[in-house]
Ligand binder design. Structure first.
Ligand SMILES: [Fe+2]
Length: 262
């Protein structure tokens, strides 16, 4: 991946090649721990380029996942193309809402309806729509199979065997309406799983996504109609476990994250 000579970009994290935490990584993890999956997207520079400034007019910059088109086993170029268009729509709305919230009218604040309420709620939808899609596309492009090393050990501790994990993930994928998120619970220090029916409902705090599965119909309708089971099989064949393992290795350096004691 491109980047400064002593650092590399892994997903949403900038990491020292020497294995040391960078200041940016620490800040990123703090953002994760404080706000669930809301990893500061300022670190999500396309192609590993220098991250844009968080204070700029459009801090959410779409990553370039076009390399996935035509490269996946069982997920067509057209399917990925349509999905990427949707992802870029969330980028636009995340930027729009962040900008408008700076100037929103405050006097009418009300929990039934008010402009500030609607913008705050929908910003969480748009931003999580950005972030979860980036984790999802980021963990595609591999050859499936199994994880290795510490990640495999941690997953076997939770599920017993990878075969049982695979069964669990497919069942989870059939059970929720939006996202299945396998990640690291910084509160407990273990691998955990959550299901979200929509981007901003059920997103856990103190939890770092490692493997993200999109089960919205738009993720597979082009290729499979309403046959979600076939899509889940295709997803499993394209998981990049190296990426998931790198995410885990970064995340576990922060075993407790932030909790209510500080
Ligand atoms: Fe999606």
């Amino acid at each position: 991946m491109a980047g400064k000579s002593d650092k590399e970009i892994i997903g949403n994290y900038e990491v020292s090649k020497a294995g040391l935490l960078t200041r940016r990584e620490v800040l990123t993890m703090g953002a994760v721990a404080a706000a669930g999956a809301l990893v500061a997207p300022a670190f999500a520079a396309a192609g590993g380029a220098t991250a844009p400034a968080a204070s700029g007019p459009e801090p959410y910059v779409a990553k370039d996942f076009s390399g996935l088109q035509g490269k996946l086993d069982g997920l067509s170029a057209s399917q990925i193309e349509q999905h990427l268009k949707l992802y870029k729509g969330y980028i636009g709305k995340a930027n729009e809402l962040r900008s408008k919230l700076k100037e929103v009218e405050l006097a009418s604040a009300n929990a039934t309806y008010s402009p500030i309420r609607e913008m705050l709620v929908e910003q969480s939808f748009a931003v999580n729509g950005v972030i979860y899609h980036e984790f999802y596309f980021g963990n595609l492009g591999g050859k499936g199979g199994e994880p290795t090393g510490d990640l495999k050990s941690a997953m076997e501790e939770r599920w017993g065997t990878m075969a049982k994990f695979n069964d669990f993930l497919k069942a989870a994928g059939k059970s929720v309406r939006g996202w299945v998120v396998i990640g690291y619970n910084t509160r407990g220090g273990f691998i955990d799983s959550f299901g979200l029916d929509t981007h901003n409902i059920g997103s856990p705090a103190n939890f770092v996504p490692l493997l993200v599965l999109d089960v919205y119909e738009h993720a597979y309708m082009v290729d499979y109609g309403i046959d979600r089971a076939k899509y889940l099989d295709a997803f499993m064949k394209n998981v990049d476990w190296d990426v998931v393992g790198k995410r885990f290795n970064i995340t576990k350096k922060h075993p407790t994250g932030l909790d209510a004691t500080i």
